[in-house]
Write a protein that binds this ligand. Structure first.
Ligand SMILES: [Zn+2]
Length: 468
């Protein structure tokens, strides 16, 4: 993009005058801008309709399931504020026998400490100290997590008889207090990973397709991360693209705890098939590899901005840069809302951070003696970023804005080889080396059953699509 007939406006002339050194300038003519707004409105209506439909589907599918879950919980037993014996303690061991005891539940809020929770429960500083001492060095009660649950058992005089909480995913702790002494009881929690297969086809967005396939947003993001080196999800996604994913979820004592990981996945983008398999090397390193045993992780990210906040159908194609003369646009523009995080495309050293004519707030990262990447129009930098600092791939360096010569918030991204801009979307980079031959045999053996599952799911997606 970028080559288009010159428009002879005064504004353009002025721009050209300003643009003495730098090559890249953008603007949208009034007509284009009006068209863009119209398109945006049209799109907006679709988004509203889509959102309403999604909400309805969610309501129809999730709510009954949720209600069932709640019923199951109710049948499994009471969880809150109900009279309960201390688990895994003999009834006689509880102080104050014969008395109706109630576990009071409290959930840690963001920023809250255990001391805050104790205060909220009306417990004394002495009782807090007793709990901290009893747990000392085993779990970090001094720094509790938001959302962490605590239960307290109080005696007739509101004194703390016992408390219980989860030390980690696999252990529930009960501390029982007898005067100055505390006794600890551990209850193992059974962790279980349940595998699922999801498959779908893109008709609107990756998130829509993922949620139709029953995947959580977290898992959709994970999928995008796994293929993020090969597929530019901000620009490359097309209607008709399809995916199949084998992933797991973590359950504890039969109850859903958190999303697990992707075990294997396939993504067909514009007719090209990509695969990824999670594989543990003998040294314990876990990474994703393509079917031919090459690591998915490459030296450079394909999309240096958070694609989830980019409207893929409303990206570069409509942002027409104006160039000083008939010069090419030597980078890629990612239209994204103001404040969208921008990532370092690869490991490297910050060579420049500051204001650069035309580019506005600008960062240049040198990756090796030949390759550097450049990021323009940022609203602001990450405050701790310094010139000469080492950055890791994926590290946030700044946020999308429209500083310098830009007519709307976007990231202008350049990939430079020996100081010359190359198209970051097509520049060929050396393929990472595959697993060593000895490991490759084991790898193929491990992935064979996953591959079969993926192929099966793929077949279902294709059949489903052909019946539409
Ligand atoms: Zn640009």
């Amino acid at each position: 993009m970028g080559d288009h007939p010159q428009t002879h406006s005064m504004r353009h002339f002025t721009l050209r005058a300003i643009a003495s050194r730098r090559h890249v300038r953008y603007y949208l003519s009034a007509a284009r801008r009006a068209r863009q707004i119209l398109l945006a409105r049209k799109r907006h209506r679709w988004i509203v309709a889509g959102a309403a439909l999604t909400a309805m589907i969610l309501a129809l599918t999730i709510l009954p399931a949720w209600a069932t879950l709640q019923r199951e919980h109710a049948m499994q037993g009471p969880r809150m504020q109900l009279a309960l014996p201390v688990p895994s303690l003999a009834p006689g061991q509880i102080d104050a026998p014969g008395q109706e005891l109630a576990w009071q539940q409290a959930t840690a809020q963001p920023g809250q400490s255990l001391a805050d929770l104790f205060k909220q429960q009306g417990l004394s500083a002495t009782e807090l100290q007793r709990a901290l001492d009893a747990d000392h060095g085993k779990s970090d009660l001094a720094r509790i997590r938001p959302g962490q649950r605590f239960e307290f058992l109080r005696g007739a005089n509101a004194e703390l008889l016992a408390m219980r909480y989860e030390r980690n995913d696999a252990q529930r702790v009960t501390l029982q207090f007898h005067g100055d002494r505390a006794a600890e009881t551990l209850q193992p929690l059974v962790l279980e990973r349940r595998t699922r297969i999801a498959h779908g086809m893109i008709t609107d967005s990756l998130f829509d397709a993922g949620s139709h396939a029953g995947m959580s947003n977290a898992m959709v993001l994970e999928l995008a991360r796994v293929f993020g080196y090969d597929i530019d999800f901000a620009q490359d996604l097309r209607v008709g693209d399809s995916f199949a994913v084998v992933y797991d979820s973590v359950y504890r004592d039969g109850e859903y705890l958190r999303p697990g990981t992707i075990i294997a996945a396939e993504f067909v983008n514009r007719g090209r098939r990509y695969t990824a398999f999670r594989y543990t090397q003998p040294d314990g390193n876990v990474a994703y590899y393509s079917e031919d045993g090459r690591p998915m992780r490459k030296s450079f990210l394909r999309t240096p901005v958070d694609f989830t906040r980019i409207s893929s159908r409303f990206s570069v194609a409509r942002l027409h840069p104006v160039l000083g003369r008939m010069r090419a646009h030597k980078g890629v523009d990612y239209a994204a809302p103001q404040g969208t995080p921008i990532y370092a495309a690869g490991d490297g050293v910050v060579q420049f951070k500051g204001w650069e004519n035309g580019y506005g707030n600008f960062v240049l990262i040198r990756h090796n003696k030949d390759i550097s990447t450049a990021y323009g129009h940022m609203s602001r930098f990450v405050s701790t970023l310094r010139k000469g600092e080492r950055v890791r791939q994926g590290q946030v360096i700044g946020y999308v804005g429209m500083t310098g010569l830009a007519t709307g918030p976007h990231l202008h991204y350049e990939f430079r080889v020996d100081g010359k801009q190359r198209d970051p979307l097509t520049v060929t980079l050396p393929k990472p080396s595959p697993l060593p031959a000895a490991q490759l045999v084991a790898f193929h053996r491990v992935i064979a059953p996953m591959l079969a599952q993926i192929d099966q799911a793929h077949g279902r997606t294709i059949r489903l699509a052909s019946t539409r």
